[in-house]
Design a protein around this ligand. Structure first.
Ligand code: ARG
Length: 288
């Protein structure tokens, strides 16, 4: 099996960014569906789970003046990414949430989870609205220009999901096809950079998977663990064995916040050394 390493991903990310900057074809093609898929679908679903916290309803519109209170560690995430973060009733649970809770405990802080669009997470950190971004977020060169990352807490891969009878057996077969991704993710960056592939961007991974189920698109590229969850909940889909890219997830923090970065890295080291982190992962992911 062919496995490309993270450096490939970084190259792809940088190339995609350059294309976007130059108004290259790929980037121009892909920006259109995002706008369509975005506004209309997201709002009603995204607001429903927040009903339990009416005071927070407008937080996304707030600016740096809404900086988190002392003693509160605000975690920005996108809670449609099981098993890392997802809703159980009106509560956001998952590996990232439990890990962040364990970190907050070590720091003597109270954890507050803010659910938002994936591509709002880095802006939320930079505006001071959130202290940390924990969202199965892959470390990329591009993101490192805007935020710092802690030491990685897990590795992941991008995989391809197709319909069971699909003629697509690997990355090479995606040429001429329409591929769904979650907007702003590494899967999006990677597929957007592929020649001859049409990208459809969705606000949630599950929306892409649904489009695949109905035959609207030919494949979905997404992180391996959420892919397993989505496929298990859908009919007639499978994950191809070929893995696209190996990545590392880490916690994002505002640039220059060395103190918090140091404290969280120490907490992560301790949680790794005493087995807590692995226990949290094992609770959500069954080893194969
Ligand atoms: N690992 C991918 C990335 O960093 C996807 C993360 C999506 N996370 C989420 N909570 N929706 O781009």
């Amino acid at each position: 099996m062919k496995k490309k390493m993270i450096s490939m991903m970084l190259c792809a990310a940088m190339t995609a960014a350059m294309l976007a900057g130059c108004g290259g074809n790929n980037a121009a093609d892909t920006s259109a569906p995002a706008a369509e898929d975005g506004a209309g679908e997201e709002t009603p679903e995204a607001e429903a789970p927040e009903a339990e916290a009416p005071a927070e309803e407008n937080t996304e519109a707030e600016d740096a003046s809404a900086a988190p209170a002392d003693g509160t560690l605000v975690m920005a995430t996108n809670a449609y990414f099981e098993p890392y973060e997802y809703y159980e009733g009106d509560q956001v649970v998952g590996i990232d949430v439990e890990m962040a809770q364990a970190v907050a405990d070590k720091l003597g802080m109270e954890l507050k989870v803010e659910d938002m669009e994936f591509d709002s997470i880095i802006p939320a950190i930079n505006s001071g609205k959130a202290n940390i971004g924990v969202a199965g977020m892959t470390v990329t060169e591009d993101r490192l220009k805007n935020v710092d990352f802690t030491n990685p807490y897990t590795t992941a891969t991008q995989v391809i999901i197709v319909q069971e009878g699909s003629e697509i057996t690997g990355e090479a077969d995606l040429t001429g096809k329409t591929v769904g991704v979650q907007l702003g993710t590494t899967g999006d960056i990677y597929v957007s950079d592929m020649d001859g592939v049409t990208v459809e961007q969705y606000n949630k991974g599950m929306d892409a998977v649904q489009a695949l189920t109905t035959g609207k698109i030919d494949a979905v590229v997404i992180d391996n663990e959420p892919a397993k969850q989505f496929v298990s909940k859908a009919e007639g889909l499978k994950i191809l064995e070929e893995e696209f890219v190996t990545e590392e997830y880490a916690i994002a923090i505002a640039k220059g916040n060395e103190e918090l970065l140091g404290k969280i890295n120490t907490a992560l080291d301790e949680l790794t050394a005493d087995g807590t982190l692995q226990a949290i992962i094992d609770k959500y992911i069954t080893a194969e």
